[in-house]
Design a protein around this ligand. Structure first.
Ligand code: S3P
Length: 176
């Protein structure tokens, strides 16, 4: 069976949303961002869900969203950085998706996330040390992908090109 979804996983600031949006256009697939879906489902921003109800509540909302979007066809799915915290999420996403993990060095992640205030896990402390600590906590959890792309020194076009290259050698359906 052809897998028709392309799933982008990876830590915050690795470019999942930016690249995913582009890739969806190029491949004529629908772009779905799981954080945005949680926001639609709850009527709150991700930061509000964390602040009002806590991370556990966010994770269950995210889990519901994942089970719903994973069942769709022909989507590029940019998953929130924490989807790997639940094995069940990954299993669902893998069923109909080629999973691509974007990575980047901590200093580059830091550069990319420091201007934004939208990420609750980095709200109080956006330092490189905090990023390294979170990466450490999640050590190994991202190693569930079909392909890995280190985006540290790549611009969006190049990341997109590499993803398409990976898909070409895989049984993903890339044509319309
Ligand atoms: C999170 C990553 C965020 C968002 C939430 C939690 C995480 O998504 O889901 O702030 O636990 O890594 P991005 O990876 O799109 O920033």
């Amino acid at each position: 069976m052809m897998k028709t979804n392309v799933v982008l996983i990876g830590f915050m600031g690795t470019g999942k949303t930016a690249v995913g949006r582009r890739l969806a256009k190029t491949l004529h697939k629908e772009f779905v961002d799981t954080d945005k879906e949680v926001e639609k489902a709850t009527g709150m921003t991700v930061a509000q869900v964390f602040a009002r109800y806590g991370e556990t509540r966010f994770r269950s909302e995210e889990n519901l969203v994942i089970s719903r979007v994973a069942a769709r066809e022909n989507c590029v799915i940019a998953a929130g950085g924490g989807v790997v915290l639940r094995q069940e999420n990954i299993e669902a996403l893998r069923a109909n998706g080629v999973v691509i993990c974007l990575t980047a060095d901590p200093e580059v992640i830091h550069e990319r996330v420091k201007r934004r205030n939208t990420r609750p896990l980095l709200q109080k402390d956006k330092s490189r040390g905090r990023i390294e600590e979170l990466l450490q906590e999640r050590d190994g959890l991202y190693e569930v992908a079909d392909f890995y792309i280190d985006t540290t020194n790549l611009d969006l076009d190049e990341v997109e090109r590499q993803i398409i290259n990976c898909l070409g050698g895989h049984n993903a359906q890339t044509a319309r």
